[in-house]
Design a protein around this ligand. Structure first.
Ligand code: 9Z3
Length: 308
């Protein structure tokens, strides 16, 4: 596996890197004045291009529910939010209106000259709209998007650099599903891989782990939460604890692909605790992110108190 330094020296920054870096700096400068708690949420999956002129890429399942839902609960808890997400993955607030759901909520009046929200949906839409407006108008959320693994690398580092001065008031909530494998630029085809040349032999390489520089160099005083995804229950806890022991950050939240909407496991240096939705909570439409964020915020507050 190459190092993170090698990754940055061989993968160019995104075209709009400086613009996004500036947005991140300005957002953080604004919020540090008020000694604001701030969370960096990563959300959605990364793509791994197979060609420089990319027609095909390797992707993963993540649609960004965890990150988008969590962003809403962090805003409710008073945090400023940097929402570093995969372009076209779910976003806070608008996630409630995706697809046909949106049109189902609307009605044309008799003259077909104006549109209104159906009365049966007003109670659902109004609080979401209110929270959305409060976040926008209060400048409480910054949306930064990525698509490829390399864009994610560059933007995550830029976000961490902007957060450095927040010290323990910064919280990292690394929910994005980041590819473990990639094709290094010097081994990537320039143009569309041709089927006429037979089945391509594509050798994926290991992606260096960003948690090491995040914890040791970029935001050493922040409260850092990573997620660990597995599909085999038998290794979930050992892998989660393994990550915690290796990177020495604050918390790993383990989840299974199959049950991630209803159950997660909090693994911290001295504890391990299941957080799950009861049958009633599932029926009532409670989201597990509400419980996760509540618990993470509690742990973050304890962490800040310990430092001061
Ligand atoms: C997660 O485990 C997230 O909870 C999910 C959320 C990606 C499962 P959805 O987007 O799913 O709401 O559908 N994120 C971290 C996944 C990951 O790649 N973790 C790395 C690993 O497991 C460590 S950073 O090795």
């Amino acid at each position: 596996m190459g190092t993170c330094e090698e990754f940055y020296s061989t993968n160019s920054p995104p075209n709009d890197y400086e613009e996004k870096q500036k947005l991140l700096r300005e957002f953080c400068e604004l919020h540090i004045k008020n000694k604001q708690y701030i969370v960096l949420i990563t959300s959605g999956g990364t793509t791994v291009p197979l060609e420089h002129n990319t027609v095909r890429f390797v992707d993963n399942f993540s649609g960004g529910v965890r990150g988008a839902a969590s962003a809403e609960y962090f805003l409710k808890s008073g945090y400023a939010v940097i929402f570093l997400h995969r372009l076209k993955s779910l976003e806070p607030f608008t996630r409630h209106f995706s697809g046909q759901k949106f049109l189902e909520m609307l009605d044309l009046d008799e003259k077909q000259s104006s549109i209104k929200v159906k009365s049966t949906f007003v109670d659902t839409v109004a609080p979401i709209l209110r929270s959305y407006k409060a976040a926008q108008e209060g400048g409480k959320i910054l949306y930064i998007n990525f698509t490829t693994l390399s864009e994610y690398f560059w933007l995550l580092r830029a976000a961490c650099e902007s957060l450095y001065d927040f010290g323990p008031h910064a919280l990292l909530y690394l929910a994005a599903a980041v590819s473990d494998f990639f094709v290094p630029p010097n081994e990537m085809a320039t143009h569309k891989i041709q089927s006429g040349s037979g089945p391509p032999k594509i050798q994926l390489q290991l992606v260096p782990k960003l948690l090491a520089p995040i914890v040791n160099n970029w935001v050493p005083n922040a409260f850092i939460v990573s997620f660990k995804l597995e599909t085999d229950e038998n290794i979930l806890i050992s892998k989660s604890r393994g990550a915690l022991n290796k990177y020495k950050h604050n918390l790993v939240i383990g989840n299974m692909l199959q049950t991630r909407r209803t159950r997660v496991i909090f693994v911290s240096p001295d504890n391990q605790e299941e957080v799950k939705l009861s049958r009633e909570q599932i029926i009532d439409g409670i989201e597990i992110e509400k419980k996760i964020v509540h618990k993470v915020v509690t742990e973050h507050c304890k962490f800040i108190q310990k430092q001061s």
